[in-house]
Each structure stands twice: as structure tokens, then as C-alpha cells.
Design a protein around this ligand. Sequence first.
Ligand SMILES: Nc1nc2c(ncn2[C@@H]2O[C@H](COP(=O)(O)OP(=O)(O)OP(=O)(O)O)[C@@H](O)[C@H]2O)c(=O)[nH]1
Length: 612
Amino acid sequence: MDLDKLKEYQKHIRNFSIVAHIDHGKSTIADRILELTDTVSERQMKNQLLDDMPLERQRGITIKLNSVEVKYCAKDGETYFFHLIDTPGHVDFSYEVSRSLVACEGALLIVDASQGVQAQTLANTYLAMDSDLEILPVINKIDLPSADPDMCKDEIEEMLGLDATEAVEVSGKTGKGIPDLLERIVQDIPAPSGDLKAPLKALIFDSKYDDYRGVVLSVRIEDGIVKPGDKIRIMNTGKDFEVTEVGVSSPYPVKKEMLVAGDVGYITANIKSVRETRVGDTITSSCNPTATPLPGYRQIPPMVYSGMYPVDNQKYDDLKEALQKLQLNDAALEFEPETSQALGFGFRCGFLGLLHMDVVQERLEQEFGMQLIMTAPSVDYHAIMNDGSVKLIDNPSDLPDAGEYQDVQEPFVKAEIMVPNDFVGAVMELCQKKHGEFQTMDYLDKFRVNVIYKMPLADIIYDFFDDLKSFTKGYASLDYEIIGYRSTNLVKIDMLLNHEPVDALSFIAHNDEAQTRARQMTSMLKKLIPRQNFEVDVQGAIGAKIISRATIKPYRKDVTWKIHTGDPDRRAKLLEKQRKGKKRMKAIGRVEVPQDAFMAVLKMDDDDIKGK
Ligand SMILES: Nc1nc2c(ncn2[C@@H]2O[C@H](COP(=O)(O)OP(=O)(O)OP(=O)(O)O)[C@@H](O)[C@H]2O)c(=O)[nH]1
């Protein structure tokens, strides 16, 4: 092995992430870079190429970080190896961003020229600064008539404290400015330093499960070299494996002879069990291990919890395996077994937000073929028990009976909302409605204001984001952080079907709204639960006190009544459709309850807003 050659190669590596506020154009710029460097052929090129997960393509958003190697022949005549990591913009996935930043020396900070600096631009810049990255500001969408690159530069300087005089102006859509951007990446982003002769030290920053190759680890090599045949050790578990393949994504897997200090690529090593590695772990050489592992990642605590149950109780083990495999690729997902009287055996899962929860549910259904019933999401409450101890309540049905605890507290956040002047009134109205307490309001420039509220996390999580968008015609952006727990006079409301409490339908609400919400929930359940062939009583209760009630009249639905007897095909199809629809139902006692009913708590909030 020629060390000088490897050192020369190392000098030609540029590792960088692309970060931005949601929709400012990261994936589009990544596409243009792939195109201009002939990384993908014209035939292979499709929009947002790095968003390769079916769900990302359906939703048009980036969910997962994605790394790719790009070879760029620069004006100085040398070939450079870019390891580019595209990251998600949505606040729920900022954990993906922070993970990818640790693998890089630089970050392209993309700012939409017509929108300027937004909440996630700020949040992501701080993450990049925390990782000591060289930040290269890039102003995108300069083709738009409303683009104002000078305003953007001022904002970048004033709000982010970065020098924007040299910011690159580009259009991801037309490709204008992208050649300059490539040159600037070579000049401004430092090459990695790392000791090629030291023992192997590599950080696992992502991983996924592949049916054929086992676990595929995305790694950043800090020191040393790794190649097929090497014996490696996962430092945190102490397990040893033999490397079967190393390579890079380009964006399709391309095998390499070796990965060296400074490289970003993948390793496979016949790792079959998903329990054997974790994102954030350090890999070293089994024969010549390094003394200390890399710092790894801080585990981010979930913000929302929901119960996840297989529709078919026999599928519990399949769900467990699917969750384990998914967790490999989604380190922020947490789960533990849970039993519900109503729904049977399932899992209590923790998510970073509702979008994250949706994504996990859809991935389990699409990628693992699971059929699931999810309960309404809940935040993590604190019950202060009579003896002073604190009980964590991530499932409303676990809240003890009144009398056993002194107080229930809920998580509060500091919410920062950036909004044009004209919408300040609308934002305040919305925040007030969501139990917000006004803190301060700072003028960012002549046109925009940063409004700060303290409010319950539960109110932010459910549908605040969508409401904020509709109240401000999409102009507001939001960032929030948890600041602690507070007492807010909360009570648990149980829902009863035929006088039996259904644990999976319990929810926690503010006392002053309890009655209204119980009534709404009761009428919602009346609407959602199909008529059965016997009468069903629906009731809402606080402890033994019934606060709302409704009755579902008996009725036997015959889906085939419209069809003449001579049309057996159509009849069979309709019956099949009815049977499929039923799959997403759970029999509780004798009552068939559809998935929608378990999410009705969320819908209640929607109606609340619409009915205002
Ligand atoms: N006019 C114009 N539109 C652009 C440009 N770049 C991106 N867009 C559009 O902006 C939208 C968002 O682009 P994406 O590349 O998906 O943005 P993103 O930042 O990757 O989004 P997330 O990953 O979901 O945060 C898409 O509809 C793009 O077509 C540009 O330079 N000009």
C-alpha cells in the first residue's frame, strides 16, 4: 500500500452536508451536482434522486440522510472526491441532520432567495456551528421573480453572523451558478485530516438492513484503513465481524478496495442481528484496537408516544422484528412492549413528532407489510404521586385514579415563530387558543418578527404546525425546544363502550375543556364506529362520573343489497372490499372499532379549530 498515494487521495476528499429549512431546495441542488459531475447518466436521472425511499418520493420530502460520492474534475485539473450528504429539513428529523454533520468538515447552507432565513435555517446553522464545520452559504432559487439575494445576504449576516459577501448564488432549477458552487466546495471546505497509520477508528452514522447483505453500515473513517477480510470490532458491544465489502454510494453501491481515514462510505460484515450495532457506535480493528471510542451521539428523547398494535394478534413477533429492523435505519425510534386490554399485545413507541410517527407507520406498512392499529399520540406527562415520587405517564390510560396523585404536569416548550409583520395578529390568536403565554417579540428586520411563546408541547405537536401554515398563508416558520414541566390542571378522560372502559381510547385534557372534549369524542365515536347488530352505548367519564353519552343503534349492514343476483363477480368484489376494510378494525368485547376511532382525539382538535 502506497502511503503517499493515500495521503494525496485524502487531500482530495471533501465531506459536506447540505442543510436548509424545509423546501429551500437541498435535494434539487444535490440533483444538479450529480448531473453536472456525470455521477448518474441522463437515463438514470430523476428529480430528487437522493430521496430514494418510496415514501420520500410520494411525499416530496427528505426523511433520511443520504450520502453519495461524486467525482469532480476541478479547474485546477485535479479530480476531487465529494462525499455529499443530503439531509431532511423538517424539524422532526433534525436528529438526522446532526448525525450527518459529525461525518463532515463542511456544510452548504441553502437559503431560498425569495424566503430568506427561516427557523430551520437558524437551527441547522447552529448545529453546523456546534460541529465546528466550515459553512458555505448558498442562495438558491435566484430564477424566481420574487428572489432577493441581497436581502438574503443581509439576513445571513445579521441573523446567523456569517460572512455572506461571498455567498454563492444558484438556481437548482436551471443549474445556474452550480459550476461556481462546485469550485467553491473544493476551495472553501477543508480536506479531512486523519491518521492513515493509526488503528482503525470509524463512526457509524447510519445503518440499514438489507435482506441479502445483512446490516449495511454508513461510516466515517476517522483514522486508519478498512478493507474486505479485515476483522473489525464494534466497540460498544465488543462483537467481532469480518468485513465482506466496503464501498461508496454513487448513488448506487460501488465496491471499493478500501476505505481510508477521511472517507465516508459503507461497510458490510455479515452482521445479521440488528441488535449487534447501533448508530453512534465506533468500529475499530479486532487485532489492533484503538484505545478510546469516538464520542458517539446524544440520544434524543421522544416527544410523542403512541401504541402500535398488529391488527392480527398473531403478527406480534413480526411487528417486533420489523420495528427492530426499522430502528436500525431510524435511530430516533424507540419502542417497548405494551399490553392493552382492548388491543392485545403491541408496543409503546416514541417518536420525535407526528410526521415522524406517520413515517414510521407508513414504512412499517409499505416496507414490512404490517397492518397496524395506532392509538392517538400522547406526550409524556409527569404524575406527582402522594408520596412525592414522580411517575412518567406516556400512555394516558396509565394515569392512576384521582386521589392517588397530587398533581399531573405536562411538558412545556419555548416556541419561536418567525413571521412577516402582517401575520403577527393571526399568530398571536392561534397561540392564545393553544394555551400559549406570550413572552417577547423581536423585530428581525423591517418586515419580519420573531414571536416567542411558552406553550404546552401537546398543543404544539398535534396540529399547530398545519394551523400555523393556514393562519399565515405558509409564511411563518417554527422552531421549539422543551423547557420543563408545569402543572396545568389536567384530568384523564376514559371512554366506555357498553360500560366497559377502553384503555386505548383514554386521553388527558385540561380540566376546563374536559367536558367539551369528552362530548366531541363521544359524538366522533358514534360517527366512526359502524352500527353493530346490537345497541352500543358510548360514554365519556372522569373516574366514576359520566360526562358525555351517545348510543349507536343496531343495524346489520348489507353491502350487497344494491346488486342483482345475477352479478356474482361484483358481489364477490364488494364482499372482499368489506372484508379488507374490516382488517383495520379491532373487536373490543363484541364491538368492532375501526382505526379512525383510535385517532379521533386528533380529529377533535381539527374540528375545534375549524369550528372556531
Ligand atoms: N423556482 C425554483 N424552484 C426550486 C429551485 N430549487 C428547488 N426548487 C423547488 O422547490 C421545491 C423544494 O425543493 P427540494 O429540493 O425538494 O427541497 P428540500 O430542501 O430538499 O426539501 P426537504 O428535503 O423536504 O426539506 C421543489 O418543488 C423544487 O422543484 C430553484 O432554484 N428554483
